[in-house]
Design a protein around this ligand. Structure first.
Ligand code: GDP
Ligand code: IMO
Ligand code: MG
Length: 424
């Protein structure tokens, strides 16, 4: 049974939330497979803006089931707050109704947040610029086999044993960092309480998703972050701690890898990055400022100003290949209107002066972008709904990006709203 997947191609914030909300019209189930509330997915509908961090982006679609798969790390206290906030927008969320959470999700506990901050402080100038939400330490505990999972919230004895072991170990580290220690007994009672609240939503979502596919229902996978933030295939160590590319789908849902069908890779008509790490096509000065202002490029999760630059065809082609992207959704085309000539990074120049069009994922420190300029376009694109309505140079720009990326651009987003889109 074919499935669809939406992932970010570069360093996150490509506009995945908007595209998923759009495509969810044709989905029975939308499943997140990785990341945590480091993600911030923005939905704009009839002028109302809402940012989702853990709740899948189909929550506005009545009749669509939203699943938080086992690969997602869940801060249950954050989840409760987020559900309340989203309900405040008039959206119905029923635990066990339109929202399910896998019993296999690892829990982000307050101690993971403390460890995230401690680790960043100890790195000093070499810090990664994490979202500070405890993501890395939680995935580390998963790999170290000492994590606590959502299903443990419903099994008091298992929870007690797990917490005792975990707190003993982590308190030693917290002491060394001169951070107040965690009281395992107090934490246990808070977790048991929130577990009772979450109980109706907790499921073996792997079994459920397998039956969804057997029944011929339409499944859409929601990616978080982007391929270049993938722990294995991104710009390590300046990455997140999960498998953000399509490789994370089987791991983070309990489905076999063959179920990955069509892959929509989302990418902006320019590029951005939050946090530290290599970014070959980054701009500084006036043009970066103009992109930031026109695209409102401030983090959806942390509010940090995003670094901005030209579209990077080298990085995009790499991400398309790694993820098996079959088509691209190009976002933010409207933002570039009125910019004059538009740059695209078409190759990299290495430290020794040689050029490459392959993404040197292990050696990005001394590459410089080779930028080619394309004629710019003007006018307000946000009301356009047909490709032929776009200014001629905007059409040519899209054709050029498509050729450089090597896969068709079938969706073009011209504004934050769900309906501000051109399908071709
Ligand atoms: P995500 O993490 O990939 O879901 O992306 P974010 O929500 O973090 O950031 C994308 C931002 O761009 C949000 O503020 C969206 O509302 C906005 N956005 C999405 N598509 C477009 C578009 O085509 N044009 C403009 N101007 N804004 C867009
Ligand atoms: P969405 O799903 C943009 C970045 C952080 C930092 C690095 C590691 O909204 O696209 P972490 O807290 O994960 O350990 O931080 O990853 N990062 C994101 N950047 N969008 C995201 O998610 C991100 N999630 C993590 O800024 O550089
Ligand atoms: Mg985001």
């Amino acid at each position: 049974m074919p499935t669809t997947c939406v992932i970010g191609l570069l360093w996150g914030d490509e506009g995945k939330g908007k595209i998923i909300d759009l495509l969810a019209e044709d989905a029975d189930v939308v499943a997140r497979f990785g990341g945590g509330h480091n993600a911030g997915h923005t939905l704009v509908h009839e002028g109302e803006r809402m940012v989702l961090h853990l709740i899948p982006s189909a929550i506005r679609r009545p009749g669509t089931l939203n699943v938080i798969g086992n690969g997602v790390v869940v801060d249950p206290f954050h989840l409760r707050d987020e559900i309340e906030r989203v309900r405040g927008h008039g959206i119905a969320i029923e635990l066990g109704g339109n929202l399910l959470v896998s019993e296999g999700c690892h829990l982000i506990l307050p101690l993971h947040r403390l460890l995230d901050h401690a680790s960043e402080s100890s790195r000093g100038a070499a810090k990664l610029g994490t979202t500070g939400r405890g993501i890395g330490p939680t995935y580390a505990d998963r790999a170290a086999r000492c994590g606590i999972r959502v299903g443990d919230l419903l099994r008091p004895e298992r929870l007690r044993r797990g917490l005792e072991r975990l707190c003993d170990e982590k308190n030693a580290t917290l002491r060394a960092c001169e951070v107040p220690e965690v009281d395992a007994t107090e934490l246990q009672s808070q977790l048991l309480e929130i577990g009772e609240w979450l109980r109706p939503a907790v499921r073996d979502t792997g079994a459920l998703l397998r039956s969804v596919l057997r029944d011929g229902k339409r499944l859409l996978f929601e990616g978080a972050q982007g391929v270049l933030l993938d722990v294995d295939h991104g710009t390590y160590p300046f990455v997140t701690s999960s498998s953000a590319s399509t490789g994370g789908i089987a791991i983070g849902t309990g489905l076999p890898p063959q179920v990955v069908g069509e892959v929509t890779g989302v990418v902006k008509a320019y590029s951005t990055r939050v946090g530290a790490g290599p970014y070959p096509s980054e701009l500084d000065g006036d043009i970066a400022e103009r992109i930031r202002a026109a695209g409102n490029e401030y983090g959806s999760t942390t509010g940090r100003p995003r670094r901005c630059g030209w579209f990077d065809a080298v990085a995009t082609r790499y991400a398309v290949a790694v993820s098996g992207t079959t088509e691209i959704a190009l976002t933010m085309l409207d933002v570039l209107s009125g910019f004059g000539d538009i740059g695209v990074c078409v190759a990299y120049e290495r430290g020794d002066g040689s050029k490459t069009t392959e993404f040197p994922v292990f050696d990005l420190d001394d590459v410089k972008p080779v930028v080619e300029f394309f004629p710019g376009f003007e006018g307000d694109l946000t009301g356009m709904r047909r490709f032929d309505d776009l200014p001629e140079n905007a059409q040519k720009y899209v054709h050029s990006l498509e050729e450089l990326a090597g896969v068709p651009i079938r969706t073009i987003s011209v504004g934050p709203g769900r309906d501000q889109v051109i399908r071709r």
